[in-house]
Design a protein around this ligand. Structure first.
Ligand code: URA
Length: 212
């Protein structure tokens, strides 16, 4: 596993406003989107390109274009959806699949409740979107899900990670999977309810409101 913590003054500033409990949902959503775009610049560094011949108004030249099949962006519902437009702004030719996974708050087990993805992901560079890498359980399950369908490489873009979650990924993700995590910050720890400390609270609730 490779870990990349994006270090940039704009990321630090936006993240601080995002964490603030007084930041309202509309601003929170905008900030998530902006942070993802900044992270996506780093996360897409290894996208594969190939030569492409064009003619400028002045001369012929060989430039570069992303190879096909197009990258696959997979937000993990519900909170990952808030990251989608920030990602596709930078990568408009990506295809989008959806994975609905949630944590059972009593057992902390991961339940897959929705899946809209091609069965065959052979050769695809995949980007998983999930704002909070807490216990890492959802992400381990999602990574294996994509790898079993043939994904060539998998990059998880999260906003905040807990050290416990990163440790779990290192231990539990199969070693043959080409896997990178990109985050804006690694926080201190998880609390007894598996929330990231200091974190930002429940990302899904802050994006979309509380569902009981
Ligand atoms: N999910 C969240 O939304 N927040 C946390 O702190 C942990 C998991």
């Amino acid at each position: 596993m490779q870990l990349h913590v994006v270090s940039h003054p704009l990321v630090e500033h936006k993240l601080t406003v995002l964490r603030d409990k007084n930041t309202p949902s509309n601003i929170f959503r905008e900030l998530v989107s902006e942070l993802v775009t900044l992270e996506a610049y780093e996360a897409t560094r290894d996208l594969i390109v190939e030569d492409h011949d064009i003619e400028t108004p002045v001369a012929k030249m060989t430039g570069k274009k992303l190879i096909k099949p197009a990258p696959m962006v997979v937000p993990i519902l519900r909170a990952g959806l808030g990251m989608l437009d920030g990602m596709t702004r930078l990568l408009p030719t990506a295809e989008v699949g959806f994975l609905g996974m949630k944590r059972d708050e009593d057992t902390l087990d991961i339940i897959t409740y929705a899946n809209r993805l091609p069965e065959d992901l052979t050769g695809r560079q995949c980007f998983l979107l999930d704002p909070m890498l807490a216990t890492g359980g959802t992400l381990v399950a999602a990574i294996h899900y994509l790898a079993e369908r043939g994904a060539r490489s998998i990059t998880a873009i999260d906003i905040i990670a807990a050290p416990e979650g990163l440790e779990r990924l290192k231990k539990e993700v199969r070693e043959d999977i080409d896997f990178t995590v990109v985050v804006a910050a690694v926080d201190e720890k998880l609390n007894e309810k598996a929330y990231i400390v200091p974190g930002l609270g429940d990302a899904g609730d802050r994006l979309y409101g509380v569902i009981d």
